[in-house]
Design a protein around this ligand. Sequence first.
Ligand SMILES: Cc1ncc(COP(=O)(O)O)c(C=O)c1O
Length: 410
Amino acid sequence: MSFFDDKIAERLGGVNFGKSTQIYKFELIKRAKAAAKIEHPDIPIIDMGVGEPDWPADPLVVQILSQEAGKPENRWYADNGIPEFQHAAAQYLRNAYGVQIENPAENIIHGIGSKPVLALLPICFINPGDILLTTVPGYPVSATYTKYLGGEVFNLPLLESNSFLPDLESISHSVLKKSKLLYLNYPNNPTGAAATQEFFKRAVDFAHRYNIVVIHDAAYSALTYDGYKPLSFLSVDGAMDVGVEVHSLSKAFNMTGWRIGFICGNPKAVKAYATVKDNTDSGQFRAVQKAAVHAFNHLEITQATIDKYSRRFNLLVQALCELGFKAKKPKGSFYCYVPAPIGTEEGVQFKTAAGFSDFLIRSALISTVPWDDAGAYIRFSVTFEADSIEKENKVIEEMKNRMKKLKLKF
Ligand SMILES: Cc1ncc(COP(=O)(O)O)c(C=O)c1O
């Protein structure tokens, strides 16, 4: 026994920490990619699995960062943020979502990306035994923290038959009695589904009825297509009384590595987040916050990204349909979520989406992300590398040709 063997907290597995032989999905994908590269060094991988934009941040946003980075007044710990950021975020919510924020100082605080905000929120609310209701498949950060804190997680499956919205009425009374938080994410990763105003109204009503705080993860909210307008949970009457919304500049403004986002909503919830945040980090660099202010004031940056993704979705969906997939262009996000094939005409069988995804990378060098939480589905992302429209066409054409040879069965 080594010194650390009995030191690791139970929440990480205690004495069993590091002994699990289970290999996690993204590690499996990484390994399959590496193996495929070694086996076929001359064939480029077509990467449809990436969960971040292919474009860098807008040049003017980069310029603001470089101007602000050296200014002496920006050097300090930023703590819970600068007022310019809070005001610009409020204005952004008004311009992009039609949401009026009366008091940005009380309703908005930045985060070092939205991931840490989603991690810190359970610390604000979850006592041991409390339940977080969360949608699956999905982004697991709030659920992981809930478990760290001795809370429980109740999964709400996202099914095509319910437009990939959770069935809130299906939850038993005994679960509802212990439920403290409801995590929602629309447009959704990975299903690409968008919420409706009507669904958000039902969520607010549900929150009131059962005394449950809503966390709406709006990481993809700005990326919507074909007339579907960006929709904020906070645009629904009463939402501010029961919940918070977590926004990110990562996807809307191609700023994943910059680590900037914000929480907006109920002042008491925001204050609780501010308290935990203040004891966790010392704020994002002011120069990054100032660059973000510029981004907030330039919605055309997001529009250019939307135009690109929309164009790519049209190509991708058509190619997938021609191959036999039941693909539909999503209303939002940058993901196309389709049922996985069951096998090939040559007798290969796929028991899970993970099995198909592994086969696809090894036999056609196409990387995707599989989901088996609520049916066997594959996620194709339109953030693949292509620096011109011509190249986008080529990537999709090549993907189609490679997959055609596999003779997939559905
Ligand atoms: C649904 C969802 N929420 C939140 C995040 C975190 O984004 P960030 O921390 O970059 O703001 C991601 C990142 O992929 C995501 O997919």
